[in-house]
Design a protein around this ligand. Sequence first.
Ligand SMILES: [Zn+2]
Ligand SMILES: [Zn+2]
Length: 889
Amino acid sequence: MDKNQILKEFSSDPEKYYNVKLFQEQGFVRKSCSKCGRFFWTLDADRTLCPDDGIDTYSFIGEPPTTKRFDYTQAWKQVEEFFVKNNHTSVSRYPVVCRWRDDLYFTIASIVDFQRIMGSKVVFEFPANPLVVPQTCLRFKDLENVGVTGRHFSSFCMIGQHSVPNNQGYWKDECVDLDYRLLTDQFGIKKEEVVFVEDVWAGGGSFGPSLEYFVRGLELGNAVFTEFQGELGQHTTLDQRVIDMGAGLERFAWITMGTPTAYDCCFGPINEKLYNTIGIDSDSEVLRKYFTEIAKEIDHYDDLNEVRRLAIKNAGITDSQLTKMITPMEGMYLIADHLRTLIFAITDGALPSNVGGGYNLRMMLRRINATVSKLNLKLDIDDLIDSHIDYLKDTYPELDEKREDVKKILKIESARYEESKGHMKKKAEKIREKGTPTVDELITFYESDGITPEYLKEVDAISEVPSSFYSKLSDLHQSEKKKAITELPLEQLPETETLFYKDDPMEFEAKVIKVFDDQVVLDKTSFYARGGGQEPDHGSIAGFEVVNVDKHADIIVHKLKGGIPNEGDTVQCKVDVTRRSNITKNHTSTHIINTSARSVLGSWVWQHSAFKDDDHARLDITHHSSLNDEQVKQIEDAANKMIKDNYPVKIEYFDRGTAEQQYGFRIYQGGVVPVKSVRIVSIEDKDIEACGGTHVKKTGDIELIKITKTKRIQDGVVRLEFVSGPNAFEYVKEQEEESKKKEQQAIEKQQLEKQREENKDKAREKIPVFIEKILAGESLDSEEINSKGKLCFTSSDNYDDYFNQNFGKKLVAKDDSAAFCGIFEAGPTIRVMIFAGEKSGVNAGEIAKEIASILGGSGGGDTKFAQGGGKDTSKKDVAIQKAKSMILG
Ligand SMILES: [Zn+2]
Ligand SMILES: [Zn+2]
C-alpha cells in the first residue's frame, strides 16, 4: 500500500480524519509547511514551517521548554502517574525477546506485546483497556547512529498508550486530548510549543490516520488510529479498531533536561562514571553546539559520516576537540547504550551467538569491546552493569534478579572475543591488502568470522563503517523463514475429534471418513499425531499397521501399511500401548530436564527444540558453552530428584492472555501457540509450559532418567540426549555390562603385562649364559633367539630395551665376528637395535635405516652400532622379516 497516497486522501478530508475535539476547543489552526507541504496543527498562527523544517528545531538543547526537570526514570513516573490518574492500567513491560511471535526475534514496538498471529491474521489481545506500558524495544537498524546522533538508541522505552474504543476504551478525541494534557499539564510544556503533524500508518493489511506530536522539532510521540482494512478506496472499517500511541520515553526526559544529547539524561549515574574515566566536562558549550548541529542535519542526509563532517565544520570543532572530546564521548555513549540493551536481552533469556537474534547481541558486545580498546579505556564492566541495573530496577525490578547472570554471560562472551583476536588480526591483514570491501563482504566477515567493521576500523583495515551495514545486517537477521506446507486432499473434511485430549482410550471404534493412497482420516482418533517434537503413535486400524500419524490443520491423517479400509467403514483401532507409554515418559522428561538444566546452569536456559521418540529423546537448550561431566551429573540428579518427589503433572486450559499474565512467557518453551485457549502443563511451580503433548500423571511414573550424551551442536545451543523409564533401566544395564567387560579386559591386560615384566627380569639374568651358548655355537631357538653362527636375531616380547642393549653390546665385545639385531616394542613405537662386530660382515646403520623406513620413522648410527624405529605397528611383521633376513641372510 502506498503511504503517500493514503496521506493525500486523508489530508484532503481533514475534518473527517484529523480534526479532533481538542483542536476545535483550543483553537488549533491547520497549516501547510511552506517548505515541504506537510499539514500540521498549531496554536501559533504565525508558524509557517513544519517541525522538521522549523527554525526552532532542537533549540531545547541548553534551553528546555519546561521548568521541571525529569531524567529517564522520573519521566516514566510522570507518564505513569498521568495515565493511571486518567483511568489507564499500567502494565509491566513484556520481554524484549518476542517469544509469542515466530516472525520476530525481538520486541520492536509496544503494540507487538498485544499482537498474536492466528493463521495469517494478526489479532489483538489486551490485558486491560485502556492501558499504558513502558515497553523496552530493541532495534538494530540504526546501530551506526547510536552514540553519534545524540538521540538514537539500540533499545529504548516506548511508552505505549493503547485503547480499543468500546465502553471502557476511547478513540481519537480523547487520545489526542490525553497526549496534549500529558505534555502541557503533567510536563508543563507551553501550549504553543506543541505541534501535531498529519501522517498515516499502514501495515499487515490495515491502515489509519496518525498524528505525530512535536515540541521544538523533537518528535515526542505518534498516535496511530488503526481503523481500516483492505485496499484504499475499497477499504472497510475494522471490527476491532485500535489506538497505538507510541512515544519515546528517552525524548520526554531529554526535552525537560535540555542536555546536549538524550544519552546524558537517560543512563543515570553511569554517565558520570564514564565522564570521569575519560576526563571530560559533560556540560561544555562545545558539546552543546556540536550535538545541536548534528540534530539539525541528521534528517537531511543519508550518510552519517557526511552529517558528522558537516556538524564539525558548523560547530567549529578543532581537530584536538574532535579527538579529545567528541570521539571519546561517542564511544562512551555507545558503551552505555549497548550495555543497557544487553542487560535487557540477557535478562529476558537471549544469548549472544552467531545464530538468529543472537547475532545482534554479539555484535553489540563486540562493538563495546572494540570501543574500549580503541579508546584505551580502563573499565570495569561489572561495575557498569551494576550502575545500570541500580538505576533501572525501580521501573524494571526483574533486571535486579538476573544481575549476576548478565555479568557471567558478558564475561564469557568477552573472553571469547579476546581469544578470537589473533585470528581476526590475520584476517584483517588480508582485507587491508585486498582493498576496501563491499557491504556484503563486511557482512560475510562478521557472519563467518565474527569480525565487526568497528574492529576493522580500529586496526585500520577500513577507513569508515559504511552507513548501510547495520540496516542490511539487521534485515538479514530480523525474522525466521516459515516452513512450506504440503497440500493434501482434505478440503471440506470436518475437524478430527482428538480423543487423546479426552478419555484417551487405547482401543476404540471410529468411522473412516476419507481414504487416499495409503492414508486414512477417521471421525475421531486416539492416535497422537506428530507435533511439538513428539513422534506419533503406532498401532493398528482395521487390522492394518499404523506407521505414521500427522496433523494437517484440524485433521489427523493416519498412514497405514499392508492394506486400507473403505470409506464409510466402522473400524477397530488399537494404539501401541508400550510405544505410547515410552514416548509419554520421554516427553514429560523433556520438561523435567529443561527445568533441571535451568536450575543448574542459569536463567538463560530455554528449550531450543526437542524430539521425543519411544527409545530415545533429545532436548536442545540455549547455553553458552559445552557441558562438563559434573554439570551433566547435576542435571541428571536434579531430574531424578523430581521423579523421586513424585509431583503431580497437572493439565489445565487457560485463555491465552490469562496464561501469559499468570505464568509469564516462560510457558512458550516449545514456541508460539497459535490458539486462543492454551493447554498448560504444570509440574507444581517447577515447570509450567504451554504444551500439546502426552504426559504422565505423576513424575514418579517415569522412574528413571539417564542422560546418555551431550554436545554443543551450534553456537549457543547444547543438545542433551537421554532415555527414560524402561529404556533408562536398559541403558543402565548395558552400561554396567559394558563396564564389567572393560574391567575384565583391564585385569587380563594387567596380568599379561605382569607376566611379560617377569619374563623380562628373568631374561636379564640369562644374558651371560646366552652369550656363552651363542659363542659355543649352540642353538637358542627355544629362547626365541635365532642364530646363524655368531649372528643372531630376536623379536621376542620377552626381551626389553635393557636386554637388547646389554646382550648385543656384551656379545660383540666378546667376539668381533659376532652381531646382534633385536626388534622390540617401547611404548607406542617399535624399535630396532643392531650391534655388529668389526669382522661380522654386518652393517648396523644400513639395517636401522631400512627397518625405520618400513616402520614410518627414522634411524641412524654407524656400521658398528645403530638404532631406529617408527610408530606404524601394522608394519611390525614386515619389519621383523626384513631385519631377520638382513642379518641372518
Ligand atoms: Zn516541512
Ligand atoms: Zn511438552
